[in-house]
Design a protein around this ligand. Structure first.
Ligand code: M6R
Length: 608
């Protein structure tokens, strides 16, 4: 987490850094700060607020600055405050950091014995003092960085300004991303291309251990032992048009839900040929023919997409599929075999636990397929094969359209696998494609446009302290995603359960008017779901159902029904997703929440 940008060039560094930090706020927005070189000396400005507040404070910088580093923080060590905000400075240098120095208390103790004192609670200040210490000894920035990082345990992306080397910024990374950028006006270092994509036309993704040095006129890359190495530049094709909300939408979350039909369509078209899934350019055919078991691992919403993917894969291809959150999977010593494959799902492609799970599987020689939305991300770079989803940039912290494209990719992958395993025919596959086509052409849009019942349900939820979501089979996965979305942006406590599980304990929490949201799209379970609804209803629950428009058996026992167009069961997760996302959205709107930037969160979780 945390966003970093550094610049050295002919433009005003202060402006470039502020713009870059605004693009990086998705990585954290607890506090912000920057150090810029003015003619006289380095100047550090920090705020316990967001980048906008930093911008207001920076207005007072009288002189233009041509070099600087900036940071937007997601607090790990020490509460969000001006003291804990980055950059951390000493008399010799200024440092911004993304990641966690795990042995910081050990290092802090050692440095204290050497006479250093500390003002913040952060691990970054320890890094700053250690680099300061080593720079005092070596008088060489690169050597000081090499000596210091040799003592760090954990993950870091660091940008450092040494006061005695004006107009230069040095950087080093391990397990946290850093990208170099080059434009006509100068050079950049940032956590993500989006921070400089308005200016730079080429970029380079730094590898672990590499050290870089940018100045107005030059950009250098060093190996981890300080030898110069060549930079192989890539063309920057990222367009930032998606960063604008447009006048139609109040915020990114609403905009991104509205983009779902197009995002699903783009993803569908990019992964099909003549309406049949087409993965031959991405995954070797033999891998699909020989696979005996699939592991899916991911975090948060991507994990819930993975659960839906398990349903698709097992239903269509009958290949067993195990789904686990990446944070658990990586430490569970998972049982793997030679005919296994692993699927890592990530919108950002930078999630620390998912990346670590990927690396573990690669060490074991298990083929890794990633499903990634962000072009050029670490997960994409390190996977054996990547299925790219085409949601476009997702800005709102709450993931919405990314989920829809992830399940699109998973459904198509499951079809491809099932055909290769002779479990379904190409004709059956075409029928599934036709269902997806109907979904993105009409059904998702209908859910988005006819949102009156969703708004009514949101009124009820906005008055509640506790909400329950239930469902069966794939609907229970959507229930889990619905609960996450509601908690994330409204701060209402909610829980999701497979519908049959409630009576094994949790039903004791149901009181008069407790909202229970029953997701019931699978005709196979209508009778069972109705019984489960009756069980909570008779104990006073207020029932909000999400069901097909023709599901009278469910509607009859509901106080409010959110209906979705009738369809085949494989594609109900698409319309259900839009409905439950909007339910969370409208509830948060009624409650006046900061929808795109909910408290305590960041878009990209790059610490474990
Ligand atoms: O970038 P990723 O897909 O790897 O992110 C995984 C989760 O952090 C993410 O889905 C998170 O749960 C969302 N904020 C939920 O809306």
């Amino acid at each position: 987490m945390c966003g970093i940008i550094a610049y050295s060039g002919n433009e005003n560094a202060g402006d470039i850094i502020i713009n870059g930090l605004q693009a990086l706020e998705y990585r954290g927005y607890d506090s912000a700060g920057m150090t810029v070189f003015t003619k006289e000396k380095p100047l550090t400005i920090k705020t316990a607020g967001r980048v906008l507040q930093l911008k207001e404070k920076a207005v007072n910088i009288a002189e233009k600055s041509f070099c600087g580093i900036g940071h937007t923080r997601w607090a790990t060590h020490g509460k969000p405050s001006e003291t804990n905000a980055h950059p951390h400075t000493t008399e010799l240098l200024s440092v911004v950091h993304n990641g966690i120095i795990e042995n910081y208390s050990e290092l802090r103790e050692k440095l204290s014995k050497d006479g250093y004192s500390f003002t913040s609670e952060t691990d970054t200040e320890v890094a700053a003092r250690l680099i300061h210490h080593n720079f005092r000894e070596t008088q060489n920035p690169v050597e000081a960085i090499i000596k210091s990082t040799a003592e760090f345990r954990g993950s870091y992306a660091l940008c450092i300004i040494f006061n005695s080397v004006p107009d230069h910024v040095f950087a080093v990374r391990k397990d946290s991303p850093l990208i170099l950028g080059k434009s006509k006006s100068g050079h950049f270092i940032a956590s993500d291309i989006s921070a400089f994509s308005d200016y730079a036309d080429t970029f380079y993704r730094m590898a672990d251990g590499e050290i870089s040095e940018i100045s107005k006129s030059d950009i250098k890359l060093y190996t981890d032992n300080g030898e110069l190495k060549e930079i192989i530049w890539n063309k920057n094709t990222e367009s930032d048009t998606q960063m604008n909300i447009s006048s139609v939408f109040k915020n990114f979350m609403l905009k991104e839900i509205n983009e779902e039909p197009d995002a699903v369509k783009r993803t569908f078209l990019s992964l099909t040929k003549d309406s049949l899934p087409c993965f031959s350019d991405i995954i070797p055919e033999n891998l699909l023919k020989t696979v005996k078991r699939i592991h899916i691992t991911a975090c948060g919403t991507a994990y819930h997409a993975g659960l839906t993917g398990k349903y698709y894969i097992e239903k269509l291809s009958r290949i067993p599929c195990n789904v686990e959150t990446a944070g658990e999977f990586r430490y569970s010593d998972p049982i793997t075999d030679k005919n296994d494959i692993v699927i890592i799902i990530s919108q950002s492609g930078e999630t620390a636990d998912s990346l670590a799970a990927l690396r573990l599987m690669k060490e074991r020689g298990i083929p890794v397929i990633s499903i990634v939305n962000s072009v050029g991300s670490s997960i994409e770079a390190e996977s054996d094969y990547t299925i790219r989803t085409s949601a476009g940039r997702e800005v709102s912290v709450a993931s919405t359209k990314a989920f829809s494209v992830q399940i699109t990719a998973l459904l198509l992958f499951a079809c491809e696998l099932a055909v290769k395993k002779n479990k379904i025919t190409e004709d059956e596959c075409r029928k599934i494609s036709a269902q997806i086509n109907k979904t993105y052409s009409y059904d998702i849009q209908e859910v988005i446009s006819c949102s009156k019942s969703i708004r009514n349900a949101a009124e009820v939820l906005s008055e509640s302290d506790e909400v329950f979501f239930i469902g069966r089979s794939y609907d229970s996965y959507l229930a889990t995603e619905a609960s996450l979305k509601l908690k994330e942006i409204t701060y209402i406590n909610s829980q999701a359960y497979p519908a049959a599980e409630l009576k094994h304990g949790t039903i004791s929490l149901i009181e008069q008017n407790t909202p229970v949201i029953a997701i019931a799209t699978n005709t196979m379970f209508f009778d069972k779901m109705r019984s489960n609804i009756e069980e909570v209803r008779s104990r006073g629950a207020f029932i909000i159902s999400v069901c097909p428009c023709d599901a009278d058996i469910i509607k009859e026992v509901s106080d409010i029904s959110i209906t979705i167009p009738a369809a085949e069961k494989l594609v109900y997760p698409f319309t259900t997703a839009a409905a439950i996302q909007l339910l969370a959205y409208y509830t948060a709107e009624i409650m006046g929440r900061d929808i795109d930037k909910p408290r305590n969160l960041a878009k990209s979780v790059t610490v474990e």
